[in-house]
Structures are given as C-alpha cells and as structure tokens.
Design a protein around this ligand. Sequence first.
Ligand SMILES: Cc1cc2nc3c(=O)[nH]c(=O)nc-3n(C[C@H](O)[C@H](O)[C@H](O)COP(=O)(O)OP(=O)(O)OC[C@H]3O[C@@H](n4cnc5c(N)ncnc54)[C@H](O)[C@@H]3O)c2cc1C
Length: 457
Amino acid sequence: MNYDVIIIGAGPGGIFSAYEIAHKQPELKVAVFEAGHALNQRGCPIDGDKIKTCINCKTCSIMSGFGGAGAFSDGKYNITNDFGGTLYEYIGKTRALELMRYVDEINVKYGGAGTKLYSTAGTSFKKVCIEHDLHLLDASVRHLGTDVNYVVLNNLYLDLKDKVDFFFDTPVKSIKVNNVGYEIVCKEGVFNCKKCIVSVGRSGSSWTEQICKELEIPTKSNRVDIGVRVELPAEVFSHITDELYESKIVYCTKKYNDKVRTFCMNPKGAVVNENTNGIITVNGHSYEDPSKQTNNTNFALLVSKTFSEPFKDSNGYGEAIARLSNMLGGGVIVQRFGDLIRGRRSTPDRIQNSFITPTLQATPGDLSLVLPKRILDGIIEMIYALDKIAPGTANDDTLLYGVEVKFYTMQVEVDGNLQTKYNGLYIIGDGSGVTHSLSQASASGVYVAQDIIKNLK
Ligand SMILES: Cc1cc2nc3c(=O)[nH]c(=O)nc-3n(C[C@H](O)[C@H](O)[C@H](O)COP(=O)(O)OP(=O)(O)OC[C@H]3O[C@@H](n4cnc5c(N)ncnc54)[C@H](O)[C@@H]3O)c2cc1C
C-alpha cells in the first residue's frame, strides 16, 4: 500500500498532523498506525472492586490508543513556552505560541466550547509566591477535563475517520529508508510513504531509541523527574485553583540548591496509576463535570535530575526507583506526611483514621525507603514552603503517593523543521524529547504537517 504520508502514533502529535493535512491538503493520502486501540475500545480494567491494581495489559489503555497518553488525562492544554517542552528552541517562541493557540481553537470547535481558559496574567498570587521565595510560571491553560477531552477526541476521530486510514492495534516494527521515501513494517505487511511522521510518545520511547540506532540518527539522553503526588483537601489550594486552575510553582531548596516544582495540578481530582513499560507509577486527573469531582486536590512535586559523565541512563535511574516502590508496595505506596516526618511507615489503620480519603487504592508504606535522601529532603522542604502560601499543605494527613516519575525520551537530533537527517522523516511530540505536554505535542504535529504540505504541493 502506498501513502503520501504515514503517521506513527495517534496521540495528540499524530492526530493534529493528520487533522492539518486532511483539512489543508485533502488530496494527500494519509495513514495513521497506532499500537493501541480505537478510542471507544480503550478502557483500564482497574475497577477498584474486582481488579484493584494494574494487571499489565498487553497494551496499556491509559497510555496507548487513539488520543495517546492524553486520552484519559485531565486535558489541561497549557499555552506557554515556560514549561511543557522546548518546542520554541526549534521553531521560535512566537510561532510555538501561535500554533498552541491554533490547537486550542480546534479543541474549542470540536467540543471544548464552554470550558474555561485560565491565565496567570495579572494575578496577585505571583507576588504572594515571591514573598515566600516561590516562583509562579506564566501560562494560559485551557482545562477541558477528562470528560470533555474525551468528547473532543471522539469528535476529531469522527471528523478524520473518512479522510485518513486508521490502523489500530498495529504497532510499527521498523522503518526502512528507500530511494522514494520510507517503508513502514508491521505484522500486517509493508506500507510505503513519501513522508513519515513518528509521534510515538513516551510509551514508544524504547522503540524510538531502537529506530534511531538502526537509522543512525543521533540522540542524547537527558533528564528524569522524580517525586511524589500530593493529595490534600481541595480547600487548601482552592484560593489558587479557583483563579488559576493549574499553577506551576518552582522552589529552589536551601539545602542543596535543587529545583522542586509543582506539576499537573488536579483540583477536586483523583490520583491514578500509570504504567510505563510494566512499571507502576502515579499520576492524576480531574473532571470538568461536578458530579465526578472529589473532595481532594492533587498535584505532583518533582525534582529534576540530570546526570553527568559517565552515567547516561537517566530513565534507567528513574525506573530503578519506581521498581523499588513496586517491590515494596506491589505498586504505588501511599504515606501520610505526618508519618513521613516522624520516620514511621503509614499503616492501613493510620490512613483509615486520617481526615482525608485517598482517591487511589495504594499500599500504605514508607517512602523514605524508596526515594533518595536528597530528593526526599527537597520534597519535604517544598511542602513547608507551600504551606506558607496554602496553609494546610504540611498537615499530618496530607497524603504522598510514590513514586511519580516523568521519564523523558532521549533527545532526538532534529532540525528547525523537526526533521531528522533523513529528508521527510520527522520525529515529533513527547517521543522526540522536544515536547512534554498536550499543547506542545499537538503544536509540533501541526507544524510538521504544514511543512509536508508545503513540500508535497
Ligand atoms: C494520566 C496522564 C495525565 C496527563 N495529563 C496531562 C495534562 O493534563 N496536560 C498535559 O499537557 N499533558 C498531560 N499528560 C501528558 C500528555 O498526555 C502527553 O504530553 C501527550 O499525550 C504527548 O503526546 P504525543 O502525541 O507526543 O504522545 P502520546 O500521547 O504518548 O501518543 C503516542 C501514541 O503512539 C503510540 N505508539 C507508541 N509506539 C508505537 C509504535 N511502535 N507503533 C504505533 N504506535 C505506537 C502509542 O500507543 C500512543 O498512543 C498526561 C499524561 C498522562 C499519562
């Protein structure tokens, strides 16, 4: 089968590439290959009743399938160059913001109308943060919520399904270069294309590494972020989340000069398991629909670790720590802050008797047996710093789930068109190491689609 363009991965990067080409150059023949299921087939078997923890499905429905890792996410589209990736380093700050706004318009058009766009512009909260040596990063954020995010994805799929050939449950095995373009090899056969967009996200990071090795595309390993997910009564952060929804706050620890930051804030949300290559870590999401909201707010506290010579495997380091928590807890461990600072484990009784009801069933335990001292010290210092702007953060009952790890794909060498050294082979989204967010992954998809349209005209 011959195509003009083959897109590998149907996450936000791949979807927005497909959308742009299908709408701007409909005569181009496009196929999307996706390792996971179609959107309506996706579902995590954990029901909290019969299946309580991750059973390591062949393809993880949280991470894979139409919508990618973002499908059951909180759908927070942060329009900013301050975090969520370094797309601006390749395409410029103005263009990156333009494309993120363009993506936002499409999301609004396909079901997101009525959702709120929050902004840090002009907030007095920035001053309050600085007074306590905490630093609020600038952003606008469209909060779709897990429910509306699903509606938008479904509408995009309905729009695209007759314009683009989708191959679900079809992981691509390899990419071969020939004199007219690329051969995409999967168990169904070999498919040819002139241009190929690889947008396989974090779940496809090992595969991208393999492809880069085979095609001798240079890569470099970078950082890993390690930390915990904090869960507390929604009232503690309500003065912040009501105004800004999501706040990215950075703190530099006095003890080690390490940066600790808040990440992925979910007001009235739920803590969830995440499965990356069989390792269970923690994440969070929340719903726009008030009937699905909880009494708790959750967010991650992360410490970035970048290694220097001779150690290169930053993801391996993060995996080893996550494995340790899985070994001790059989999955994610939960601990009350009060137990952590008293140097004792949390027990089912202590969790049961606390004033917060956990939204994730995790194993009560001791995070100090899992997290390296330097990282744990940074997290504890940050919790006390946050307590000054959101009193109650450092309460004994505040729950810490561990571990949360943000694995970053190695940084693939791409040029200003997000193209590898091979003409017409693009690597985009989180799988390229360039982006780490819905907005920037989607924007990178539009960007390369526009480049392809220009070249194939
Ligand atoms: C629980 C959760 C909540 C999140 N919440 C937010 C949020 O609120 N805001 C935010 O900005 N970001 C959030 N993120 C991160 C966000 O989802 C990602 O940044 C974004 O999805 C990256 O898009 P992508 O297209 O690059 O990759 P992905 O979304 O990971 O999509 C890649 C797709 O490629 C497929 N694939 C992998 N390998 C192959 C192969 N060999 N062949 C074919 N297909 C393959 C995968 O199955 C996957 O569907 C969240 C992530 C998770 C897991």
